[in-house]
Design a protein around this ligand. Sequence first.
Ligand code: NDP
Length: 419
Amino acid sequence: MSRVLVIGCGGVANVAIRKCCMLPEVFTELCIASRTKSKCDALAAELKDKTTTKITTAQVNADSVEELCALIKSYKPDLVMNIALPYQDLTIMEACLQCKVNYMDTANYEPEDTDDPEWRKVYDKRCKEQGFSAYFDYSWQWAYRKRFEEAGLTALLGCGFDPGVTQAYCAYAKKHEFDEIDTIDILDCNGGDHGYAFATNFNPEVNLREVSAPGSYWEDGHWVEIPAMSIKREYKFDQVGDKDMYLLHHEEIESLAQNIPEVKRIRFFMTFGQSYLTHMKCLENVGMLSTTPINFEGHEIVPIKFLKALLPDPASLGPRTHGKTNIGCIFTGRKDGKEKTYYIYNVCDHQECYREVASQAISYTTGVPAMCGALMMLTGKWTTPGVHTVEEFDPDPFLAALDQYGLPKSESHDPALVP
Ligand code: NDP
């Protein structure tokens, strides 16, 4: 029996909400609140006769702590699921603290306005000290650790697939397969084809910022940064086939380096097709990925926001995307004094996801772990007070829930390694 407030009603939230409604015995009441209330109302109307979960909707501007607090105080949820954008992480965490309610999200904080001088000061210092230049990092949310701990509240960060399930895979490898892990390669392959020359599978602004940034990896206790897309490897993915993949910076590397301190190297690779890369480079070269506002015929526009308006809505890709995703982690290390390797991954089919929840696999592989993370928190399995990433909790009940609710794991004890 629980009341959950979901903030955001985009691609990922749509999947998470539909999955929550398949477990009405846990998710007894849900409030869907977002900037555009009509989207929440449409989803609530669609689900009305399909679930016994009692659904209500609300309008909220999640950039405003005041508005969030008013909503939380009136709805009185047991948990707030932040499935809006990373820009809202801090305001929603702040509101949860003020109203004494547990929190979770699917991506770590980054500011909407990267030209904000106050934020820039902190960012420039961090770039110099840490050695990676991504706009996002955990420091902003880890700064809330003490306050959540003292309030006896839990904040679960980054509970999608990557970050999220990939960290549970690391915790699982550490618990069951290795005494010591030497290297972790996280491989994110999307073998899906939506038929467009260029489209992004989740929020274009967040996606293009991430992909066009310099890559980096963790090695021997420090970050190594490289120019964007400058390390390329080929890999043969189970049920997908041969793909080109590129080394990217990714948020879970930062927490894994702290929580599995013996690891000597952590890398993250994502597959991209040539058409995607050519379009992205061109858009970057002409300034369309910029977040700095420009004046156009008397109107102020932000180029990347304008681009977002032109691109297909990721939520519309479901019916036209065919193929599979394959996301997982390859480990090297030792067990009982013997060298060993291990690969744990999930394969997910775009069309099967569409048939089940009217979405493509990228939103599905994020929304299902969000639901399963909420399930862990609401059923008393992941309740340690403080601000935590997924690898800090027991992976077993979470992976069992993923097996049951649509993202079963596959394993290999003799995987091909990435050079
Ligand atoms: P969408 O853009 O599809 O949805 C975002 C939703 O948030 C929209 O409903 C939007 O409202 C709402 N929103 C935005 N700003 C506000 C605001 N100020 N107040 C209230 N609501 C707001 O994004 P996705 O569903 O693709 O992504 C959701 C999250 O999941 C993102 O944080 C993304 O980074 C993360 N993600 C994580 C992954 C993982 O594996 N961990 C993978 C993919 C995504 P409106 O409809 O009005 O625009």
